[in-house]
Design a protein around this ligand. Structure first.
Ligand code: 5GP
Ligand code: ZN
Length: 139
């Protein structure tokens, strides 16, 4: 995809701190890390997001995550990691080439706070669950 910055990194047109590459995926460090070693893993083929990627490509990319995450954790002295995927503008996705964030946790620079949580009002959890269930039977 000509205007995609990640495609340009994959082709070598734009440099990156690459840590891993094989026939399916590439992994390089995020230039604005949440924690040190924050790594982006993505298919080498261009797919905008999780809804667009073919299932075989998705499966192959996800299958690589444990191997890459182990090396990332070991490399930065982390004990845990988060995997994140932003899908769609409102989620915070800014680069529309599907990628997984591997965010090392438990290292020296980890001062992240948990996401906040809310309470459901009485009956609301079942109401919302039913609306979602109906979408499966409609599709
Ligand atoms: P998104 O918000 O789309 O899920 O995440 C995009 C990520 O790509 C951001 O965390 C951002 O810091 C990172 N990023 C944006 N441009 C570049 C770049 O040119 N090189 C690298 N290595 N990371 C980038
Ligand atoms: Zn791309």
């Amino acid at each position: 995809m000509p205007d995609c910055i990640f495609c340009k990194i994959i082709s070598g047109e734009i440099p990156s701190a690459k840590v891993y590459e094989d026939d399916v995926v590439i992994a390089f460090l995020d230039i604005h890390p949440i924690t040190q070693g924050h790594t982006l893993v993505m298919p080498k083929t261009h797919h905008a997001d999780l809804l667009e990627v073919p299932q075989d490509v998705l499966q192959a990319a996800v299958a690589r995550i444990p191997k890459i995450a182990r090396a990332v954790m070991a490399g930065v002295g982390a004990t845990s990691f988060n995997v994140g995927v932003n899908s769609g503008k409102a989620s915070g996705q800014i680069i529309f080439h599907l990628h997984f964030h591997i965010i090392p946790r438990g290292g020296r620079d980890d001062n992240l706070k948990p996401w906040g949580s809310r309470e459901y009002q009485t009956g609301q959890i079942e109401e919302i669950a039913e609306k979602i269930r109906q979408k499966f039977s409609n599709s």
